[in-house]
Design a protein around this ligand. Sequence first.
Ligand code: HEC
Ligand code: HEC
Ligand code: HEC
Length: 215
Amino acid sequence: MLGDTRARFRIGLDGTRYATVTERDGAKTDYPVHSVIGVEPLQQYLIETAPGRLQSFDVVWDTERKAWFHLYPDQNVPPSDGLHWTGPYKNWNGRCAVCHATGYDAGYDPDTETYRSTQSEIGVGCEACHGPGAGHVEWTRGDGEAARIANSGFPADLSTPEGLIQQCAGCHSRREAFFDHSPEPGTPYHDAYNLSLLRPGSYYPDGQIRDEVYV
Ligand code: HEC
Ligand code: HEC
Ligand code: HEC
């Protein structure tokens, strides 16, 4: 419960998980839970509010305390607000999945305002860091000669600090993405993202990120 917003969770007779949400305006909706993000310490539920459109619900499960809590207890916003869980800032397809999936494409159609999102793998898979793995599969079949191929056949070179930054920072920095899909492997960071500079409010004086957890 947050202000006059309420959420109740239950398991239906057929095993389906439901979140019953009563909004500030009194509207009550029973949503089947689509899927879960995270393992520990936080599990967050996705709710499909329109076909293909997944919204991240902001009452979440703390696996260590074994308790529900609200992610933004100071934001008891009405459904019309962009920061409400049904709003654009909490949209999984457009705001979250590119960091939480591999080979992701949001598949947004601006004419119909719908999503047909696709990914090659849920979560951060091998190819999210190493790039396409076909060359690596070749490498595993190779003889002694092939064993000397750089990066074990992967396109990305993760052996240098610069290589790591280019490949990891896309998901591990405070930034705006230029694309709504995973960039082609090898795309330089600054061609795919606009890094948030040291604006007041974005970082603590010692350089740690504020509000978010990406760095
Ligand atoms: C810029 C990349 C990025 C974006 C965008 C992003 N995340 Fe994350 N997310 C991360 C990283 C990195 C972590 C791990 C942070 C840590 O462990 O300190 C994380 C952790 C999480 C966790 C905890 C996972 C666990 O196993 O406990 C959840 C849940 C989560 N994010 C949900 C979301 C949702 C919902 C959105 C969109 C509203 C989102 N994330 C957007 C990068 C991102
Ligand atoms: C979070 C990013 C990440 C993910 C996901 C990941 N790796 Fe790696 N991998 C690395 C890093 C970093 C190195 C060390 C590279 C170095 O020091 O040269 C590495 C090293 C390797 C190497 C040795 C590479 C070399 O240069 O010889 C292989 C092989 C490899 N990983 C395979 C895999 C496979 C298979 C998966 C999926 C099961 C996977 N990796 C998932 C980041 C990742
Ligand atoms: C596609 C986006 C993506 C890429 C690329 C990526 N990460 Fe991550 N990383 C995440 C997410 C999301 C999490 C949170 C765990 C999860 O939900 O899978 C995470 C978790 C981590 C964690 C654990 C953080 C914690 O507090 O437990 C480390 C360390 C990390 N990543 C390092 C790296 C390194 C090093 C690379 C590059 C070799 C890399 N990551 C590339 C998205 C990414």
